[in-house]
Ligand binder design. Structure first.
Ligand SMILES: C[S@@+](CC[C@H](N)C(=O)[O-])C[C@H]1O[C@@H](n2cnc3c(N)ncnc32)[C@H](O)[C@@H]1O
Length: 278
């Protein structure tokens, strides 16, 4: 339990039943120590909206190439980091808080042959040591929502970017105040610790020294995506349970259902925030 009495982040449904990754690979004929083609992981390791399409859009916006040095905040099991390295040749430093996810990510990266392109760092993005001017870009997908002190986070990462380095973030935001029940589920099921208005988000990014800050409302895209994801999940129940078991299906189902309900309540939203180090 955390000091507030809530379960720790590792209990969040998205971060349990991690054997689903090996089971998903096994279903494609890949054994536990076999090499992996990065494409075989894409259906399993992209824990955000629109999978690798969203990451490719970030790479285009940032103009990433083989010489780019990228910092990713909240890397999960390394899906976005591996896709960026694999598709552009850039180097990614992938910072992840949870040791179990970081360890799994490292193993997957090694088996994909990308260990020279992705450096996994296990730590809290708020305090992890980052050398000044060491990155050309910082990216984050659906992770900053978990980090309680967003102003400090942006100040911390900003000093690690070179001048004119880019910022590309996708995250959750608040469109209208949450009901008591929604606020509880947002905290305990989604582990949303910093869900604020878009204006507050932009303010935090600008205060850290970023210029040309743009916020794009992704809610009209993400809300129906979340509803369709839930419907598809329920339709594929039998097939998923056969590979992964009922408990793994139910955990994810609970998460998808809560997210969809939060969008329906019109309180939860999605945003993309971009900027350049002034
Ligand atoms: C929804 S997952 C997204 C993972 C990855 N960005 C992706 O899109 O596949 C968010 C991740 O952020 C990590 N995280 C949460 N707080 C963090 C912190 N303070 N420092 C680093 N990572 C953190 C979580 O452990 C989790 O793995």
């Amino acid at each position: 339990m955390t000091p507030s009495g809530d379960a720790p982040i590792s209990a969040m449904p998205l971060y349990t039943h991690l054997d689903r990754i090996e089971r998903g690979l096994a279903a494609q004929g890949v054994g536990p120590t076999d090499p992996i083609r990065p494409e075989q992981l894409f259906p399993l390791d992209q824990w955000h909206y629109h999978g690798t399409e969203a990451i490719a859009a970030a790479a285009r916006w940032l103009g990433l190439g083989p010489h780019s040095r990228v910092l990713e905040i909240g890397a999960g099991i390394g899906g976005p980091a591996r896709f960026l390295a694999h598709s552009t040749g850039c180097h990614v430093t992938a910072v992840e808080l949870q040791a179990e996810l970081d360890g799994l990510g490292r193993d997957l990266t090694r088996r994909c042959g990308l260990a020279d392109k992705v450096t996994h760092v296990c730590g809290d993005a708020l305090t992890v040591k980052l050398r000044p001017d060491s990155f050309d870009a910082v990216v984050s997908f659906l992770a900053i929502v978990h980090i309680p002190d967003r102003p400090s986070l942006f100040r911390h990462v900003a000093q690690s970017l070179r001048q004119a380095g880019g910022l590309y973030v996708e995250d959750l935001c608040m469109r209208a105040p949450f009901s008591a029940e929604d606020a509880r589920d947002l905290r305990t099921v989604v582990y949303g610790l910093s869900v604020t208005s878009t204006a507050d988000y932009v303010h935090d990014v600008q205060s850290a020294g970023f210029g040309a800050v743009q916020a794009t409302d992704l809610t009209p895209d993400w809300a129906p995506f979340a509803a369709a994801r839930l419907a598809a999940w329920r339709q594929e129940r039998a097939a998923y349970c056969q590979v992964h078991g009922e408990a793994a299906w139910a955990a994810q189902d609970h998460f998808y259902a809560v997210i969809s309900r939060l969008y329906d309540s019109r309180s939860l939203g999605g945003i993309r925030v971009t900027g350049r180090m002034a």
